[in-house]
Write a protein that binds this ligand. Structure first.
Ligand code: BGC
Length: 332
């Protein structure tokens, strides 16, 4: 049962990402300390069944739950509502770290850790959490850019998975010339990129970066060669934002001297970005509400009912974009 000050939410869907697959493989994730298992689901969508009086929510609202909770201390960042920037690592995350996730038919959430999703979005509202991650990345780019005169024109996004495509979508919403690099030739990705008015590339990172000279790179693969290739070829005052979490152990020959020289002589910046706070969820909800709903729905390339959920944790095809588990069998 929900506490008096919590929302009771009927789960509609959860998205599945690489983190979920890592958790299922036993490579990442932590169960709550008083439980031997972890309920998955950090990319949530549900409909409010019951809301505390005086909260910003009402029965029938579509909502997504926030993933991270501040550490118990809290550190300075968490104390300022910037739990995405937690300094001591003792934060918790629903569906990932020491808190059960949202992959259940009914869930509860504190109103301060939920965001309203535009009712017109329907199932595409499940993209709120991945979009929040991207909204944060763009905010980082903006803030770093503002350290001096900044008028970015061109963005290169590496990887046309959900994070890459949503980063490209926000780039297009900002009126930028958007370029996306991925390795697939078929499937929905090339068209999804083109339908944003962006350019799809399938060449090497060196080639695409040299020909586009991006002011901003949003790296969404975690592949070392792409990370270093992007850093080496930005425009002057370039900003590279890394959002992909790579598995360690892969070694790469890097000319550290040239890289250093390039970064210094061009005032380039390199930043990592993870998770999102409430401000980013709100920005995400706004971006999704302003997006083309048909385009968003095309990102949901695989949808399975709850009783087939186990099937989605295997390696997916390279042209799959977002996998969704439906918690409500009547979901349109
Ligand atoms: C989630 C983030 C989370 C990160 C690390 C990602 O998949 O989207 O919210 O902070 O994993 O646990």
């Amino acid at each position: 049962m929900p506490a008096d000050d919590e929302l009771l939410v009927r789960g509609l869907a959860v998205g599945v990402c690489g983190t979920d697959k890592e958790i299922v493989r036993g490579e990442y994730g932590w169960a709550p300390s008083d439980d031997g298992r972890l309920v998955l689901g950090h990319e949530s969508l549900g409909v409010v069944e019951r809301a505390p009086t005086g909260s910003r929510f009402a029965r029938g609202d579509l909502v997504a739950g926030v993933v991270r909770r501040p550490d118990p201390e809290p550190c300075g960042a968490c104390a300022h509502g910037e739990w995405d920037m937690c300094r001591n690592g003792r934060y918790t995350e629903r569906g990932i770290k020491e808190r059960h996730g949202y992959a259940s038919e009914l869930w509860t959430v504190e109103p301060d850790f939920a965001v309203k999703v535009d009712s017109g979005l329907g199932v595409a509202g499940v993209l709120t959490e991945p979009t929040s991650v991207v909204a944060k990345a763009w905010e980082q780019v903006e803030r770093i850019g503002e350290r001096a005169w900044f008028d970015p024109r061109r963005v290169l996004v590496t990887g046309a998975g959900p994070i890459g495509l949503l980063a490209a979508m926000i780039g297009a919403q900002r009126g930028l010339d958007v370029h996306v690099l991925d390795r697939v030739t078929d499937g929905p990705k090339p068209d999804l990129v083109r339908d944003l008015g962006a350019t799809y590339h399938r060449t090497s990172i060196e080639e695409v970066a040299a020909s586009t000279q991006p002011d901003v790179v949003i790296e969404a693969t975690g592949v070392g060669a792409l990370v270093f290739g992007a850093i080496a070829e930005t425009a002057s005052y370039g900003i590279v934002c890394l959002t992909g979490v790579s598995s360690g152990g892969r070694r790469l020959d890097v000319d550290a001297g040239s890289l250093n020289r390039e970064i210094v002589l061009e005032n380039d910046a390199l930043v990592g970005s993870v998770n999102a706070n409430l401000r980013h969820y709100q920005a995400a909800a706004e971006s999704l509400a302003a997006a083309d709903i048909d385009w968003l729905r095309r990102l949901l390339t695989t949808r399975v009912p709850l009783d087939r959920a186990v099937e989605v944790f295997d390696e997916s095809a390279a042209d799959d974009v977002k996998v969704v588990i439906e918690l409500d069998e009547n979901l349109a």
